[in-house]
Design a protein around this ligand. Structure first.
Ligand SMILES: [Zn+2]
Ligand SMILES: [Zn+2]
Length: 363
């Protein structure tokens, strides 16, 4: 049992990259980038508590309006985060509409926004009932990589270079809770919703004496246990999953280093592969990755699997070619980096990325 359900890309490989990360057994989810959200039904949009925006090019931010509209009048708090300039861009979006009818809603909507810089973060809250006016002056705090943290997981971010500063993200579950079937039977207990309460209590770090009401296997009601007893006898705590999300970055040493640090050991890396490597010069001009570069970065980060996204529309009908190049380069470099059996020798130096071009072509 994990805190998160399977992540899914909303759109096809040639369309806006948007990653939806629903929580397991809860009406909650997170979004990475806010491009075209039309593939996500309102019931899922309503689950979104956090949206992490890599940068505010249109293909990554145009869906904000839909997210905002669905949440209006629901009494929610929506947290958004983005790169330098994000508060200004968000305020620009909010300023585009007239909010005089907001008092017709029974409930309001609060937006919490975080603008991420290399070493500091600026937070500001906006109140829907007051036309999304800032509730107070923005607050600044040091930033050392952790963007959001809660009992079950944390979201880290790194400032990367595209034609403008762009954020990469990694989500890590703190741990996974595996219920031992045999122990469940030995306790005479039945699986059911009470296991979610057990998991939530563990993720929240509740004290060991916390009472958990468990369903009896014989259907004769509930039996109360101390959380500590169940933790010691009924479940196994395993390491949590990690998911990386990287898009719209140029391949150069500083970006590689930052991505590898952020996504190291991820179970799955979602990464852009805008161009085939045969068009690496174009990729550099446009400040995007090629499929080869995406595969190499994934291998250097030691991720278990990669999913490519955000292919240039020029590859319509040739998507599998781009995908195959990324996976091939990923596997090849992974093999080279793996020490030979018994040798204990480190592999040869990884391929180095070229220096960034001086011209900043439009993405
Ligand atoms: Zn871009
Ligand atoms: Zn883009």
């Amino acid at each position: 049992m994990s805190a998160l359900a399977a992540p899914r890309l909303l759109n096809g490989p040639l369309e806006d990259p948007v990653l939806f990360l629903p929580f397991a057994h809860r009406r909650r989810g997170m979004l990475f980038d806010l491009g075209d959200l039309s593939a996500l039904p309102a019931r899922d949009l309503l689950k979104v508590s956090h949206a992490f925006v890599s940068h505010t090019h249109m293909d990554h931010f145009i869906g904000f309006d839909r997210l905002l509209r669905v949440h209006l009048g629901r009494g929610a708090v929506l947290t958004l985060a983005g790169p330098p300039g994000f508060l200004r861009h968000l305020e620009g979006k909010l300023a585009a509409y007239s909010w005089d009818l907001m008092d017709r809603f029974a409930e309001g909507l609060r937006l919490g926004a975080i603008e991420v810089h290399a070493e500091r973060r600026i937070a500001c809250a906006y109140d829907g009932r007051r036309g999304f006016a800032a509730e107070a002056a923005p607050r600044e705090a040091p930033f050392s990589g952790v963007l959001w943290e809660e009992p079950a997981l944390r979201v880290e971010a790194a400032l990367l270079e595209h034609s403008i500063p762009c954020l990469g993200f990694a989500v890590s579950e703190r741990f996974r809770v595996r219920v031992l079937k045999t122990a469940l039977q030995a306790h005479g207990l039945a699986p059911g919703r009470w296991l979610n309460a057990l998991k939530e209590a563990l993720y929240a770090g509740a004290p060991p004496e916390t009472e958990i009401a468990a369903e009896r296997e014989d259907g004769k009601g509930l039996r109360v246990f101390a959380l500590g007893d169940l933790r010691d006898t009924l479940v196994r705590i395993e390491s949590g999953r990690k998911i990386g999300y990287i898009t719209d970055v140029i391949d150069h040493p500083a970006n590689r280093e930052a991505i590898v640090r952020l996504c190291r050991g991820a179970d799955r890396l979602f990464i852009e592969a805008a161009f085939l490597d045969a068009e690496a010069a174009l990729a550099r001009r446009k400040r995007h990755l090629t499929a080869r570069q995406a595969g190499e970065i994934a291998a250097l980060a030691g991720v278990r699997s990669l999913v490519v996204m955000h292919l240039s529309p020029r590859y319509e009908g040739r998507e599998s070619e781009v995908e195959a190049e990324a996976q091939r380069c990923f596997q090849e470099l992974r093999r080279r980096l793996r020490p030979a059996p018994g040798a204990g020798e480190p592999a040869g130096p990884p391929p180095s990325a070229p220096d960034p071009p001086r011209d900043a072509g439009l993405p």
